[in-house]
Ligand binder design. Structure first.
Ligand code: THG
Length: 274
């Protein structure tokens, strides 16, 4: 399972305080390095960088984040931005010896597709494909599926390998409709069956937005999505219980040979106290 650690995001607030945004604005390298190291230690395979709240300072800040995080950890990075100028600045300084970078994300919107695709090609990145187009995000599962299929086709036609594509079905809050969870699971399932070799990914925590006891919804949605074939997730890897459940599900779904990873994590004390 590819785990994208979501904690370096300037829109994240802790007890109402935008502490990440403050740290990035102040160029507090120690703060950012700790966020990155903690996530890698917790099992993140990619570290997401999102400083979209900084607006005109986003490109320079994303470049700084890239250099700062790469100097401290070996995990590859995910550039979480709709802004091609910011992504390109980050990619230009990216150390490719740390693994293939990922762009988060491309969509079927005319301008976004046109501006992001050349970066995917030039820097040979992985790319998250969000199922939205010029009409916006459709609530209807069939419509989102059509957009997702269209994106996979366009990307492969443009020489992006299936293995580099991570389709994101887009996570709606369960409070917005009874069928929201089912729709997401259906999109994951269909994409994974129709395009063998492609990947699916989701920013899971949005499913619980506005709900009480959010963690159970996030945990259940992660496991249900994995059962439908989802093989990557954007989550908080510091949630040890969620990480333990993911490892257990990997073993039970036959994605962990002889459960060796599960056993290794257990021996390393990753489940202690849970
Ligand atoms: N798909 C893709 N990219 C994404 C998302 C997605 N990037 C952004 C987001 N969704 C995933 N990243 C975050 C980062 C921070 C938070 C949630 C998702 C966050 N969550 C809690 C909240 O909502 O209140 C706060 C919990 C905490 O203390 O960390 O801040 O769907 N491709």
């Amino acid at each position: 399972m590819l785990i994208v650690g979501e904690r370096i995001n300037t829109s994240r607030k802790v007890k109402g305080e935008p502490i990440i945004e403050k740290a990035v604005c102040a160029r507090d390298a120690d703060f950012v390095i700790k966020l990155a190291k903690d996530q890698v230690e917790a099992g993140a395979t990619y570290i997401d960088l999102n400083c979209g709240t900084l607006r005109e300072d986003e490109p320079e800040s994303l470049e700084w984040l890239t250099k700062t995080v790469q100097a401290a950890v070996d995990a590859p990075l995910t550039f979480d931005s709709p802004n091609p100028a910011a992504i390109e600045r980050a990619l230009a300084v990216y150390d490719h010896t740390k693994g293939q970078p990922m762009i988060n994300s491309i969509t079927a919107e005319t301008d976004r597709y046109k501006n992001i695709l050349p970066l995917v090609q030039k820097y040979q990145t992985k790319v998250i494909a969000l199922s939205m187009d010029d009409t916006g995000i459709q609530a209807d599962a069939e419509k989102r599926l059509t957009v997702a299929r269209d994106l996979v086709k366009r990307l492969t036609d443009d020489q992006v390998p299936l293995d580099a594509i991570y389709v994101d079905p887009l996570t709606f809050p369960i409070g917005t409709g009874t069928e929201v969870g089912v729709a997401m699971l259906e999109i994951i399932s269909r994409i994974m069956t129709e395009y063998p070799g492609v990947h699916t990914i989701a920013g899971i925590s949005n499913v619980s937005h506005g709900m009480p006891a959010r963690k159970f919804l996030n945990e259940a949605m992660t496991l249900l999505s994995m059962d439908r074939g989802m093989d990557a997730a954007i989550i908080d890897p510091m949630d040890r219980y969620l990480m333990a459940l993911i490892a257990a599900a990997e073993a039970l779904l036959g994605r962990d040979e002889f459960s060796m990873n599960y056993i290794t994590l257990s021996r390393a004390g990753k489940f202690d106290g849970l």
